[in-house]
Design a protein around this ligand. Structure first.
Ligand code: PAF
Length: 280
């Protein structure tokens, strides 16, 4: 695996791969790699001849009171994992490389970026679209891979790609869960043993919604009420939001007659976790 930290080296490596007729798959990450990321890498390996991964903890997608400083950084372990997956290129830039002094250009998907996590974390998706647009320019991938765990992020990236005609296919890969249902997340490392147990209420809540939906309930307000009750049965968990929305526009759906995304965010201790489920 070639490890590079500059835009120039990355462009040269990708250009050479493309000149050799290879299709380029790209997996953007913030590191602290777990089996969820590895599933994206494997999807990229299965579909593309040349796979590039980026590790960049992007400061512009963290709010002032969020966990940028303590976000897990496990670069050496990440490299080992990527080497054993036979990744071709790792782009691990510095903040200065990605944001030159005075950088002031933003990419914003208006409206949609204020929904779900965008509502609770103002400016978060503006940071995501800005950095992903820049990564796409640098790596020029044919296909890019994102996780369904960040369903709102995936929808917003797809909107950006469509609106700005980026020549890249977006593939969204399924959520990877622990055997007890906990969705994998780099932030799970913050959880104490007790909190980890409490965190299971997120996937339990989603399963209960799915059961009621399978039994014929189509009214979002009633499903959300049921979900709230399950979630609040865990007293140490603080609900941020639970919503039922259109998976592409992220707009609320009152009655479920089309595919719907049930998305939940909650604080377990000081750790904010998200999870979701697609109905239909
Ligand atoms: O999902 C993530 O890890 C990040 O939001 C991403 C897409 C790498 C952008 O920083």
């Amino acid at each position: 695996m070639k490890i590079v930290s500059t835009i120039a080296e990355t462009r040269a490596a990708v250009r050479a791969a493309k000149a050799a007729g290879k299709t380029v798959g790209f997996v953007p990450t913030m590191g602290a790699l777990h089996a969820g990321h590895i599933s994206l890498v494997r999807a990229a390996k299965a579909r593309c001849d040349y796979v590039a991964v980026s590790i960049f903890v992007n400061p512009t997608q963290f709010g002032p009171s969020e966990d940028l400083a303590r976000y897990p950084r496990t670069f050496d372990a990440d490299c080992e994992k990527l080497i054993s997956e036979k990744v071709n290129l790792l782009f691990a830039p510095s903040v200065e490389e990605m944001y030159p002094a005075g950088a002031s250009t933003l990419v914003i998907a208006e409206g949609i970026s204020e929904r779900l996590d965008g509502h609770s974390r103002p400016g978060h998706f503006r940071g995501v679209t800005t950095v992903v647009a820049k990564l796409f320019h640098i790596l020029d991938p044919n296909v890019a891979f994102f996780g369904q765990k960040d369903a709102a992020q995936a929808a917003i990236i797809q909107r950006m790609v469509r609106d700005l005609a980026f020549p890249v296919d977006i593939v969204v890969c399924p959520i990877v869960r622990e055997s007890d249902g906990l969705a994998l997340s780099s932030r799970n490392v913050y959880l104490s043993a007790a909190e980890r147990k409490q965190a299971l209420v997120l996937s339990r809540t989603l399963r209960e919604v799915e059961t009621r939906w399978r039994a014929g309930e189509r009214d979002s307000a009633r499903l959300i009420e049921i979900a709230r009750r399950v979630l609040l049965s865990e007293p140490e968990v603080r609900l941020d939001y639970i919503e039922i929305v259109d998976p592409a526009s992220l707009e609320a759906i009152a009655n479920i007659s089309q595919p719907a995304l049930v998305a939940v965010a909650a604080f377990v201790g000081s750790t904010r976790l998200i999870d979701n489920l697609l109905l239909g």
